[in-house]
Design a protein around this ligand. Structure first.
Ligand SMILES: [Fe+2]
Length: 299
């Protein structure tokens, strides 16, 4: 470790993402760093974009760390993939997590690689007991290698392979139990899947074990003319997702909320309007919970 690395490590606060955060993307970083809007409390990165890369990627990460709490969300170590985990990459990721005193790292409950080749998309897992065992094994190995809690994200899907032995929320619950891990609940993914596959999103959220939720994702999606909803992260957040977020926060309590935007970028001020609306929902639900927890005042 170099001296400057050592000094930075000592200075790094424990990861304390609070309030509403924004996914750090090149397209947004200049506006974010110049404006330093008070509404944005933290940022989330895909570590694959930064590990082993210098230049503008390294300086963007340094700048993000200097200004924000940084949370990591992986894209390549999906917990349902049949391939073994990438030990070399995970050593680098562990160093990155140590440097920012991370409390958790998240990956997707999906698969995306086979025989060393990666799919561009996250692929759905069969809702089977064998897939539960495989995912739980991988999550436990990730936790051992990374030395932080692992949160798994519920993924969007457009069909699931094989004969289902349980439904989606039962599958998520079984994996959480078997791996004894945390969950990053993507509210938009619950909404998208509920519309595409016909279930009640509020009932789904109510069955998520609240004590395991460490973070939420919110994003926009695209509705095709045939009604199929595509999880693009390239549209404004829809009203149904805002409402579902309110229900989710009332169930899980106050956890950090991340706005994901990955394309079709609007003016930065428009994105901040969405951040402000998410924060207004967060504070309203928190305040309502505090009021209802007050002891009854007797005359
Ligand atoms: Fe997400």
């Amino acid at each position: 470790m170099t001296r400057s690395d050592d000094e930075r490590t000592k200075r790094a606060p424990t990861q304390r993402a609070h309030g509403v955060g924004l996914g750090l993307r090149h397209e947004l970083s200049r506006d974010l760093f110049e404006a330093r809007p008070a509404e944005v409390g933290w940022v989330e990165i895909h570590p694959e974009n930064f590990i082993g890369r210098g230049g503008s990627f390294a300086s963007m990460l340094d700048e993000a760390r200097a200004r924000y709490d940084v949370v990591t969300h992986g894209l390549t170590q999906c917990v349902g993939s049949p391939d073994p985990l990438d030990a070399t990459y995970l050593r680098s990721l562990r160093e990155l997590l140590r440097r920012q005193n991370a409390r958790w790292h998240s990956e997707h409950l999906a698969w995306g690689n086979l025989g060393g080749r990666f799919s561009h998309d996250l692929l759905p897992l069969p809702f089977t007991r064998a897939a539960v065992r495989r995912a739980a094994e991988t999550i436990r190995e990730l936790r051992e290698r990374l030395e932080v809690d692992i949160a798994i994200e519920n993924a969007s899907y457009y069909g699931h392979p094989g004969e289902a032995e349980m439904n989606e929320i039962e599958f998520l619950g079984e994996v959480l139990e078997a791996a004894d891990c945390k969950v990053l609940l993507d509210v938009n993914n619950v909404w998208v899947n509920s519309k595409n596959h016909g279930f009640d999103p509020r009932a789904y959220v109510s069955r998520v074990p609240a004590e395991r939720v460490v973070q939420l994702h919110v994003a926009g999606h695209f509705v095709r003319t045939d009604g199929l909803i595509i999880d693009t992260h390239a549209e404004p957040v829809c009203e149904g997702v805002y409402t579902l977020l309110e229900h989710t926060l009332a169930h899980v309590g106050e956890v950090p909320i991340l706005l994901e935007r990955d394309g079709n970028y609007p003016a930065f001020s428009t994105l901040l309007d969405e951040v402000r609306r998410l924060d207004a929902i967060r504070t309203r639900v928190r305040d309502e919970a505090r009021i209802s927890a007050l002891p009854e005042i007797r005359a």
